[in-house]
Design a protein around this ligand. Structure first.
Ligand code: TRP
Ligand code: SF4
Length: 333
């Protein structure tokens, strides 16, 4: 049977080290589901990390290795998708430079994440050339592979929009080289951190994919619940409880229905409800932990997988760059 070419997708993640359940639900799970129907490219966006963390690069290699270990442990399969490291492909830097010539300052200054972070991040100076160019670099990452779609969360949609603008302007000014990729929104149900805020490493409210069972259980036992339910006999409201958000994602329908019923009537107490929760979390994490152990025993394997992926990505990147240079008259005739 002739193989029908699958549509291509591409997405990146900044190397933040070990991933937590929020990263899994918000991105990784989607990547894993898409690796069969699509030709998938996934990369470590280490240059993007530098746009904000340029002053602390000490953990870059460890963070890259730990994050990719989690990708693999969670089920991203190197025989199905191409995994690579952005900084191993200078073609991305070249395309970023060329795109910077045609990216209007107005577009960049209007990107919501830019304004937000400038205002909110106080411990680093983000008034840099590199940080303003963050979405231009992202556009280069994306358009290099001419993908059909880009699986991302809601917050990244403006970056994909800008990518489409740059693509249109390039094609209009020179030659039609690039597609206009779609943002493929991650269907992400709410998974808060243990304190009810957004799960984030920096808030200290995260449950990591690599947490041992005792650690995960302890974090669940300390989770915030419905604040109005102070005593065992108080009736609760699961709709405002982060533990119930977890149940909805990780527990069986039976458990979800039971908690939904018995919390409201005070038949079930929070301690027992959390025990059920810890059980679901650990049942979910067990196979991930097991695969992680196998990779930890041979960390070289991670670099080999990334190297093989980088080689495959390079073939595509070089082809695109030849077209780009020729469209812009950057080659001797
Ligand atoms: N900016 C993305 C994030 O913070 C990471 C990223 C970099 C990316 N380049 C990309 C995502 C290209 C999709 C496509 O999550
Ligand atoms: Fe939350 Fe469960 Fe307690 Fe209800 S019983 S408040 S869902 S922890």
């Amino acid at each position: 049977m002739p193989e029908i070419a699958k549509p291509r997708i591409l997405s990146g993640m900044r190397p933040t080290g070990r991933l937590h359940l929020g990263n899994y639900v918000g991105a990784l799970q989607n990547w894993i589901q898409l690796q069969n129907p699509y030709e998938s490219y996934h990369f470590v966006a280490d240059w993007h990390m530098l746009t904000t963390d340029y002053a602390s690069t000490g953990e870059l290699q460890t963070d890259t290795r730990e994050m990719v270990t989690d990708w693999l442990a969670a089920g991203l399969d190197p025989s199905k998708c191409t995994m690579f490291v952005q900084s191993r492909l200078p073609e991305h830097a070249e395309l970023h430079l060329l795109f910077s010539m045609i990216s209007s300052l107005g577009w960049l200054e209007r990107v919501p994440t830019y304004k937000e972070q400038l205002e909110n991040v106080k411990d680093r100076d983000l008034h840099t050339y590199g940080f303003l160019g963050y979405p231009v670099l992202q556009s280069a990452d994306i358009l290099m592979y001419k993908p059909y779609g880009v699986p991302v969360g809601e917050d990244q949609v403006p970056h994909v929009e800008l990518t489409r603008e740059i693509s249109r302007r390039f094609n209009h000014l020179y030659q039609p080289v690039f597609p206009e990729p779609e943002a493929l929104l991650t269907p992400s149900p709410r998974l808060p951190g243990t304190d009810g805020r957004k799960m984030s490493k920096s808030y200290g409210n995260a449950i990591f994919l690599s947490d041992p069972p005792e650690v995960a259980s302890k974090k669940v036992a300390g989770m915030m619940t419905d604040p109005a339910r102070k005593r065992r006999w108080d009736k609760g409201n699961p709709d405002v409880c982060p533990v119930f958000d977890f149940h909805k994602i990780l527990s069986s329908t039976e458990v979800v229905e039971r908690v939904n019923r018995e919390c409201r009537t005070a038949e079930i107490g929070c301690v027992e409800c959390k025990k059920l929760m810890a059980h679901s979390v650990n049942e979910f994490l067990d196979p991930i932990r097991e695969r992680r152990r196998a990779f930890e025993q041979n960390p070289n394997q991670i670099w080999e997988i990334l190297e093989a992926g980088t080689c495959r990505a390079r073939v595509v990147a070089q082809t695109t760059m030849n077209e780009v240079r020729s469209a812009m008259n950057l080659v001797h005739k």
